[in-house]
Design a protein around this ligand. Sequence first.
Ligand code: TXA
Ligand code: MG
Length: 307
Amino acid sequence: MSVREANQETLELAAGIIRRGGVVVIPTETVYGLACNALDADAVRRVFEIKGRPEDNPLIVHISGFGQLKSVAAHWPIEAEILAERFWPGPLTMVLPKHPKVPDETTAKLDTVAVRVPGHLVARDLIQLAGVPVAAPSANLFMSLSPTTAGAVDPEIQVDVDMIIDGGPCEVGLESTVIDLSGPHPRILRPGAVTRSQIQSTLGRPLGELPPPEVKRSPGMYARHYAPKTKLTLVDRVAEDAAGLVFGEPTNGFQFKMPRDAASYGVILYAALRRLDLMDKGEIQVERPPEGAEWEAVNDRLRKAAG
Ligand code: TXA
Ligand code: MG
């Protein structure tokens, strides 16, 4: 499948493909997505097949603006409006009671739907042109690293989709924060670029804790996920001759010096792990980042990659 530059002609073609039930790889500001019409059960089934994703793992529905929320959510609490006002468009996904029009395939039979307005203009323009809400999981095979460039989309996925839109490297680099607003206490299900403290200060109250791991509320919470093929270990000090990610000076050509700022670290994390994976060194050692609140998303992905 050819990779097309994101211009008006590409977007119009892609919108047509999505309206007709096709699947398109699209850029978002977080990671690339495997996009289809969220209201078309057959198209959604094809996305699950392409990814090799278990059916009980619901998709995020992308809309072009807050005004489109009523077409996918049945109702929402005032907190959803407050958070949308502050963080949409952007890397925040809200879980809300679903609209009956959204098929069971999209939400894995849950009575809730995960929704976000992506910050990437290409994604928003495409959703608007398509005229339908767009379901898009990350454009990786189940359990592997999400692509943050069009070139990083797995060849197995590339051959199965109808189009790939290149919108440049993703500005955030980690998947969106997922917050559950369907119960009495808002809870973060997956940490991301929008941090717990930003949400708490916007809502003016503390968030509920994550449910214990045995309660599989959200499949993004599988213990192992977002993983390179090479074994990854978190260490206090990367061995001198090991391949991996370090904060100080690399001691060989298989180490990458990572930024000390959490957001900048998140932007390049998946690309760095992908490159290390290709070097096929048998093990990737990652110097443990600090535990601070702003590192929550990075540490979550690293722990999951380490299994
Ligand atoms: O940044 C992102 O969110 C990217 C881009 C493409 O938007 N998408 C993404 O989708 O990461 P995916 O399918 O790889 O992850 C969706 C996450 C999963 O952890 C899933 O369990 C959770 O959202 N999720 C979806 N619907 C849910 C629901 N109704 N209740 C709870 N969790 C839900
Ligand atoms: Mg994913």
